[in-house]
Structure formats: structure tokens, C-alpha cells
Design a binder for this molecule. Structure first.
Ligand code: HEC
Length: 149
């Protein structure tokens, strides 16, 4: 009786470990695709903002895009689980050896998106243009250091 129970327990633990391993591999596989999709949406938000500026449109139309940029950025920084640096990705290994720097680069974008939303609320198109340029520089700063060319 007792022996059967132990065997059953070991069997259950092994099955659990396999499921756990599969879950981790799955999460990493998704992390790369998820973060690329997230970044594509950031690119789309940037293009939408640029269109408002180029068309000298209503700066308030920029507010939801700036909010979206921030939301995407806060989600994005969580999409780099350990081990997700290999495969179809341009994420550089330095992300994981300089994690704090990477987080700071992400926060710079989130903060710049906040500043852009404030500028957009002011109705001043020139201020929006300046704040937009500042956001773009934070994107570039992270890419220069943490993304392969
Ligand atoms: C904290 C660092 C960081 C910040 C900030 C950042 N990015 Fe990126 N971005 C990356 C990394 C790393 C990749 C590569 C991801 C991969 O291939 O796994 C990337 C990839 C991209 C891609 C290519 C996605 C694809 O299809 O493969 C686009 C577009 C992009 N980023 C846009 C932006 C924009 C726009 C901003 C600013 C609003 C921004 N990024 C800010 C790190 C960052």
C-alpha cells in the first residue's frame, strides 16, 4: 500500500516537473513574439503622433497615443524573462547583465511619454513636437545599447 503511494507521488511529481518545464519554455517562446508585437504597437503609436504633428492637427488627439506608449512600455519591460535572449530576437545579452540600466532606459521612455501627454494637453503644437522628439531619443538610446542592429 505504502509503496504504491510513494510511486504514485513520485510519478505525480515528475509529471508536475514536466508540465513546469513546458510552461517555462512556452513562456520564453511567447516572450519574444509578445515583445516584438508590443514594440510594433509602440512604433504605430509613434507614427500616429507624428501624423498629428505633421498635419498640424489637434494636439489633444496625441493624448491617447501618449498614454498607450506608456502602457506599452510598462508591459514591455516585463517581457524579458531569463533565457529569452536566444532565438529570433535582436535583444542583446547585455540586457540581462545590465538589467538596471535596461529598466532605467525603459522608465525614460515611460516618463517621456508622460511628458508628451502633458504637452499634448496644453494645446501647444511646438511643445508637442519637442516632447515627441524627446520620446524618440529615449527609444533610440535603448536600441543603441540593448538591441542588435
Ligand atoms: C528599454 C529598452 C527599449 C526601449 C525604451 C524601446 N525599445 Fe524598441 N526594442 C527594444 C529591444 C530590446 C528590441 C528587440 C526585441 C527583440 O527582437 O526581441 C526592440 C525592438 C523594437 C522594434 C522592432 C520590433 C520587431 O518587429 O521586431 C520596434 C519597431 C521598436 N523597438 C520600437 C520602439 C519605439 C517606437 C520605442 C519608443 C517609444 C522603443 N522601441 C523603445 C528595446 C527598447
Amino acid at each position: 500500500m505504502r509503496k504504491t503511494l510513494v510511486v504514485a507521488l513520485i510519478g505525480a511529481m515528475a509529471a508536475g516537473a514536466m508540465v513546469g518545464g513546458a510552461t517555462i519554455a512556452f513562456a520564453q517562446g511567447n516572450a519574444i513574439a509578445d515583445r516584438k508585437e508590443n514594440r510594433k504597437q509602440s512604433g504605430a503609436a509613434m507614427r500616429a503622433i507624428k501624423a498629428v504633428i505633421d498635419n498640424k492637427g489637434n494636439t489633444r488627439d496625441v493624448i491617447p497615443h501618449a498614454a498607450k506608449l506608456k502602457e506599452l512600455e510598462l508591459a514591455h519591460v516585463k517581457m524579458y524573462p531569463a533565457g529569452s535572449g536566444t532565438g529570433d530576437t535582436k535583444a542583446l545579452p547585455v540586457i540581462w547583465t545590465d538589467w538596471r540600466g535596461f529598466e532605467a532606459a525603459s522608465k525614460a521612455t515611460a516618463d517621456a511619454a508622460d511628458a508628451l501627454a502633458v504637452a499634448a494637453g496644453s494645446g501647444d503644437l511646438a511643445a508637442v513636437g519637442t516632447a515627441f522628439g524627446a520620446v524618440g531619443r529615449t527609444c533610440g538610446a535603448c536600441h543603441d545599447k540593448y538591441r542588435a542592429k
